[in-house]
Ligand binder design. Structure first.
Ligand code: ATP
Ligand code: MG
Length: 206
């Protein structure tokens, strides 16, 4: 499904060159879960951001390598093409759901946004599907809670919202960058179980 070869990424800062990722290669098969483990600062997040085209350039630079998704090299693909892929075929959930959600938009608006952007869904349809997806992600009373704002949700609930938003377009690949570190242990388990269940239902690679 996804094939990364010899990915190297660096940051050219005033203090020198930081070689954040060096020669990383891996493959992810359809429906498979691949885990990447490493100490803090070893380049896990930069690997994910590189594939999503989310490295700030400058100071960031992709030095070499490829990340092939069905014949498209994500590392070299023009921004316009990447925008059509990101959030549609590949979605990402982040470490900290508070800074990843927009405090000014309701939960319902945010979960529906990928449908509006990628599928041109109308307001009504997007809302109905957002409601469905929030319920699948285990948000109780989703109908009422859709109109709430992120600060009115707990950390675990916010991570469920992120998962709902990431999976609403039924992406082929979900990149999860330590999506449970900010949560306490019992909630971590619930969130991991949820990701596994949705993955099995949809056949997503994680
Ligand atoms: N914008 C940036 N400018 C300069 N250096 C950066 C930038 N972003 C990341 N780095 C550096 O790249 C290296 C890899 O960082 P990365 O965030 O990928 O680590 P990580 O494995 O995800 O760590 P953690 O487990 O703490 O999340 C680190 O040395 C970090 O300081
Ligand atoms: Mg990280």
């Amino acid at each position: 499904m996804l094939s990364v070869r010899n990915l190297s990424a660096s940051f050219h800062t005033r203090a020198g060159i930081v070689r954040a990722v060096r020669n990383v290669s891996f493959d992810v098969a359809p429906g498979e879960t691949l885990g990447i483990v490493g100490e803090s600062g070893s380049g896990k997040s930069v690997t994910c951001y590189s594939m999503m085209g989310l490295i700030p350039m400058p100071p960031g630079r992709i030095e070499s390598g490829s990340a092939m998704l069905d014949g498209t090299d994500l590392l070299r693909c023009p921004e316009k093409e990447l925008r059509a892929i990101r959030g549609k075929r590949i979605s990402m959930i982040f470490q900290d759901p508070m800074t990843s959600l927009n405090p000014y938009l309701t939960i319902g608006e945010q979960v529906a946004e990928p449908l509006v952007i990628h599928e041109g869904a109308g307001k009504k349809e997007a809302r109905v599907r957002a409601l469905e997806q929030l319920a699948l992600a285990g948000i109780p009373d989703a109908e009422q809670r859709m109109d709430a704002y992120p600060h009115q949700f707990s950390g675990g609930m916010r991570q469920r919202v992120m998962i709902a938003m990431a999976l609403i377009t039924r992406p082929e690949i979900l990149i999860a960058d330590e999506p449970t570190t900010a949560l306490d242990v019992t909630v971590q388990k619930q969130v991991l179980d949820l990701i596994r269940k949705l993955q099995q239902d949809m056949g997503t690679s994680v």
